[in-house]
Design a protein around this ligand. Structure first.
Ligand code: SF4
Length: 358
């Protein structure tokens, strides 16, 4: 326990009051907050994992319009679900959501507590606590990166955490002590909102903070330096891909349904998998960091003539897909976005209309 924790715990009632008051006045009107249900909370929580809220909002609205509850989602086809998820990345979340809907409708009594929700595949302790506290008032604290940051600063914890999961484990008992058992869902959302809007990673807005009077890091002038994480070895991997087009078609690689990663999903193929001798030019170079690895994605563009039929090697899963069909092609991760970006800059008269969002 850091020296700031007892002080914070002793002020818990006043702390909750200030935080909730601030939240009720200042929270963002996110679509899943307008009408609360277990289904809407589950969808929003799974969509928001590793994806920015601004990106999630249009997907969420479209999703709940198409499948407004567990029962309608359970009846959907897996391919439809994956296509609706295209562009959000990490497709395992879409599969888990679809499987979860099928399991929930099969159960006699809907799960209510975090302990029940965490038993579903794809629902970790954080998501289970969010669903159960927001939809069923289960007094279980949600502890994510935002909450860790807020608590580490409030208590001026100078510990060097090995990684975020270790810090989450450490701060969970404190968060469970502070939670407002009468309004656990609001309290959890308020803590996350405070981390997102006020207690930001860099340049925290301490002057506007509703709980600053209990903040040890602010008093010591070290807020921006906390929490502290041990430096990790960084690894870089260069991935070269080929964006190959002919007339109104694009070459994609589809992963087999038996694949452990990206089963059934399509992506821009690796340059090495494309049987091409045509000249190519580097169009895009993007860096993506996943865990401790930084991927440098380099995309080369290659246009082939229709008469020079490119021999597609089905062994590596290559297939031609029309531009008009791309929204239904279940493209993985950021690949749909990259293709859209390329189309929006390309020669549209040759390629046809730009894509509409899936
Ligand atoms: S006072 Fe500053 S550092 Fe402390 S919780 Fe508020 S925003 Fe974060």
């Amino acid at each position: 326990m850091s020296f700031g924790e007892p002080k914070l715990i002793s002020a818990a009632p006043a702390f909750r009051k200030s935080l909730l008051l601030w939240f009720f006045k200042n929270h963002r009107p996110l679509p899943w907050r307008k009408k609360i249900s277990a289904y809407r909370t589950v969808v929003s929580e799974l969509m928001c994992q590793q994806t920015q809220i601004a990106t999630v909002i249009p997907y969420f609205e479209k999703w709940v319009k198409k499948w407004p509850d567990f029962a309608t989602l359970a009846k959907a086809k897996e391919s439809e679900v994956l296509a609706a998820w295209a562009g959000l990345g990490y497709y395992s979340r879409a599969r888990y959501l679809w499987q979860l809907a099928r399991q929930v409708v099969d159960q006699e009594n809907s799960p209510r507590t975090a302990a029940e929700w965490v038993k579903f595949k794809g629902v970790g302790p954080y998501t289970a606590a969010a669903i159960a506290s927001i939809s069923f008032a289960d007094p279980v604290a949600v502890v994510d990166g935002n909450v860790v940051r807020v608590l580490a600063r409030l208590t001026a914890s100078r510990h060097h955490w090995q990684d975020r999961s270790v810090a989450v484990k450490h701060f969970t008992p404190l968060a469970n002590t502070l939670i407002d058992s009468r309004k656990p869902g609001d309290f959890n959302q308020a803590m996350m909102e405070l981390g997102a809007l006020i207690c930001r990673k860099s340049s925290p807005l301490c002057e506007q903070c509703p709980v600053s009077r209990w903040c040890q890091a602010k008093d010591l002038g070290v807020a921006e330096k906390l929490p502290r994480f041990a430096a990790r070895d960084k690894k870089q991997v260069v991935v070269q891909r080929a964006l190959v087009t002919r007339a109104d078609q694009l070459l994609l690689k589809r992963h087999p349904l038996s694949a452990r990663r990206l089963a059934g999903m399509a992506e821009i193929p690796l340059l090495v998998d494309c049987p091409i001798s045509s000249p190519s030019s580097l169009w895009l170079s993007k860096r993506r960091t996943i865990g401790s690895v930084t991927y440098i994605e380099q995309i080369y563009t290659i246009q082939t003539e229709t008469k020079h039929r490119l021999r597609v090697t089905h062994q590596v899963g290559l297939e031609w897909v029309k531009f008009s069909q791309l929204a239904q092609a279940a493209l993985a991760g950021p690949h749909y976005r990259w293709i859209q970006e390329w189309l929006s800059r390309g020669d549209r008269t040759k390629l046809g209309k730009p894509l509409s969002k899936p």
